[in-house]
Ligand binder design. Structure first.
Ligand SMILES: N[C@@H](CCC(=O)N[C@@H](CS)C(=O)NCC(=O)O)C(=O)O
Length: 217
């Protein structure tokens, strides 16, 4: 049996959750709310760094979401979520890494403002500039393809798409990137995205808890 320890609102765990569904695997979810349960001894035994996600497959435990994606692709190769053509392999990895190393940090001031109510106008202005560079890069890499790897969904779409799902909540629009807007919509309509979508009520509850935590309540 496969078990995913996760938090529904975490994009780090959602990329693994979506991958499990896209691969048609059977799995169980164990949700943590990260208000201290990640420091429980049983969980620390799985991940000494107290982060979700954690994936347990039988007696094998994996931490780090990108290691989980590689593991799932290697262990359960069908349906394939990695292309084989060399340029497409490189494109998938570029998009994954740019999402992780450029887009995610660039969006932080926007998350702070729109989700947690902490505005830093200078950082927000920089965030719009930096995220525009990434969106332009994504659009270039996508080109006329349906997905980043070509005509089939790949891990690049899952990694970038689970972040792109949040763009409206972060005050970012794809109006200037019509191909990305169509690509994003295509992903949002997939069953895996719909099954892992957080409701507005869950989102509002999360925002409230984060705002209270940041105000030290
Ligand atoms: N590099 C890790 C990042 C995991 C991570 O940052 N998880 C956060 C939630 S999104 C977490 O568990 N935070 C709670 C904590 O660190 O105590 C991965 O990709 O799996």
């Amino acid at each position: 049996m496969i078990t995913l320890y996760h938090t529904p609102l975490s994009i780090n765990s959602r990329r693994v959750w979506v991958t499990l569904i896209e691969k048609g695997l059977e799995f169980e979810l164990k949700a943590l709310d990260l208000t201290g349960d990640q420091f429980e001894p049983d969980f620390l035994a799985l991940n000494p760094f107290h982060h979700i996600p954690v994936l347990v497959d039988g007696d094998y435990t994996i931490i780090e979401s990108f290691a989980m994606l590689d593991y799932l692709e290697a262990k359960y190769p069908s349906p394939a979520l990695m292309p084989t053509q060399p340029e497409a392999v490189a494109r998938v990895r570029m998009v994954q890494m740019v999402t992780l190393n450029e887009m995610l940090p660039a969006t932080l001031p926007l998350t702070m403002k729109h989700l947690f109510g902490k505005d830093d106008p200078e950082a927000v202005a920089q965030a719009y500039e930096k995220t525009a560079v990434v969106l332009k890069f994504w659009a270039q890499q996508l080109g006329d393809n349906t997905f980043f790897g070509g005509q089939q969904l790949s891990l690049a779409d899952i990694v970038s798409g689970t972040l792109a799902a949040w763009l409206p909540e972060m005050g970012l629009s794809l109006a200037d990137y019509p191909t990305l807007a169509v690509w994003r919509q295509r992903l949002m309509e997939r069953s895996a995205w719909q099954q892992t979508h957080v409701s507005q009520a869950q989102l509002e509850d999360f925002k409230l808890r984060m705002r209270q935590r940041m105000m030290g309540k």
